[in-house]
Design a protein around this ligand. Structure first.
Ligand code: NAD
Length: 377
């Protein structure tokens, strides 16, 4: 197979979907690797490094797309890029299908088999392909560094001849993949860390990282069978907000990551509650793109309210392009190896991972939710 890696064209995207370290295994299976010139530069990978690993460097996107049987990508393609894919080609990358109906329509017309990385089922067997988790790990880490850079105070306890510096206190709301990494990162920097998440299994995970779990009566049915949080009752959210409000006067940093799959992010910190934070405190809202956990969050912006800084970062993994790319590339590679365990193998349409991630095949949409969307488009 000819495997193509185009340069990402979306504004602000610095990642690349393939790294040279993965080339050897593909070449051993008689695949060819084509990399668009400059594709890895922003992630710290030169054309020479790809070439040394055995890839062929291709001058421009149209040439690459025209040759590739399969394309690895980070961001969903533009309609123009989708139109460059060969008839019957395979696409592996993020697809954001609910905001990209025109791209899916091109995939259908051109009989492209499209695998959406965000649709990989979150099952143990698919963990090595789980790009949402790998990129959430990067975001959780980076959120803490952003807060540390903005806070006018150091994180660790320091005892110096000039006096004692008390440690910063960090409150993490939502301790899924990003939240747990935020806790670990804040702990490594020496902060006191406390966290809350309504899923009962999380209490032990928080404690195992050396953080304090903010205790409150947990709802009985907080979790779906797939391990995600359910949308909680307004009564519970009210109690949760009271518990959070009691902590806010004592914390320097809030990292909020609370999300409910397919729903707007729960609103956990109101404008009035921001007033409970000390001036100089920093809130980094990782749910900004889903509407925000804080009422004052603006996606992609920094708001200062009463001396408190509220940051709503978007696209955080792209700000750590080397490691975010390496992790993402492995996710794509592992999906590829799962689909094509031998050079002559074909993906099994009945396999749970294939069924979850494959959105288009053979000129049809094969995912029910996406088919409904295109029906309306
Ligand atoms: P997510 O990004 O959807 O949500 C982030 C966190 O917000 C979750 O931990 C959720 O419980 C929490 N949350 C929701 N409502 C909240 C509220 N009102 N207050 C505070 N927190 C709230 O979740 P995620 O991090 O992508 O994954 C969550 C869980 O999914 C994991 O911990 C795990 O159980 C499961 N998972 C499984 C796999 C796998 O097996 N392959 C991979 C990833 C995740």
């Amino acid at each position: 197979m000819k495997i193509g890696i185009p340069k990402e064209t979306a504004a602000g995207e610095t990642r690349v979907a393939f790294i040279p370290a993965l080339a050897g295994a593909l070449l051993r299976d008689q695949h060819e690797i084509l990399v668009e010139s400059g594709a890895g530069l922003r992630a710290g990978v030169s054309d020479a490094q790809y070439a040394a690993a055995g890839a062929k460097i291709v001058g421009a996107a149209p040439e690459l797309y025209a040759a590739a049987d399969l394309v690895f990508k980070v961001q969903p393609p533009s309609v123009a890029e989708a139109g460059l894919l060969r008839e019957g080609a395979v696409y592996i990358g993020f697809l954001a299908p609910f905001s990209n109906a025109p791209v899916l329509q091109v995939f259908v017309r051109r009989r492209v088999t499209g695998y959406a990385m965000e649709f990989i089922p979150r099952i143990t067997r698919a963990q090595s392909m789980d790009a949402l988790s790998s990129q959430a790990t990067v975001a959780g880490y980076q959120a803490v560094l952003i807060a540390a850079g903005r806070l006018g105070k150091m994180f660790p306890l320091l005892m110096t001849a000039a006096g004692t510096v008390t440690p910063a206190t960090v409150l993490v709301l939502g301790a899924g993949v990003a939240g747990l990494q935020a806790i670990a990162t804040a702990k490594r920097l020496g902060a006191r860390v406390e966290a809350f998440d309504p899923r009962p299994a999380v209490r032990e995970q928080v404690k195992s990282l050396g953080a304090l779990f903010v205790e409150m009566e947990l709802p009985k049915d907080a979790e779906t069978a797939g391990g995600y949080a359910k949308e909680l009752s307004p009564e519970f959210i009210q109690k949760e907000m009271e518990a959070i409000g009691a902590r806010l006067p004592k914390v320097d940093v809030v990292i909020s990551t609370a999300q409910v799959f397919g729903r707007p992010a729960p609103r956990l910190v109101t404008r009035e509650m921001v007033g409970l934070l000390r001036p100089g405190a920093v809130l980094v809202d990782l749910a900004a793109e889903q509407g925000g956990n804080c009422e004052l969050t603006r996606a992609g912006e920094t708001v200062v309210h009463g001396g408190v800084t509220i940051i709503g970062p978007v696209g955080l993994p792209a700000s750590v392009p080397a490691d975010a790319s390496a992790l993402y590339a492995r996710n794509c590679f592992n999906l590829f190896r799962h689909l094509y365990p031998r050079p002559d193998a074909q993906p099994d349409p009945a396999d749970e991972i294939v069924r979850g991630a494959c959105l288009t095949r053979g000129g049809e949409v094969v995912n029910d939710a996406v088919r409904k969307l295109l029906g309306r488009a």
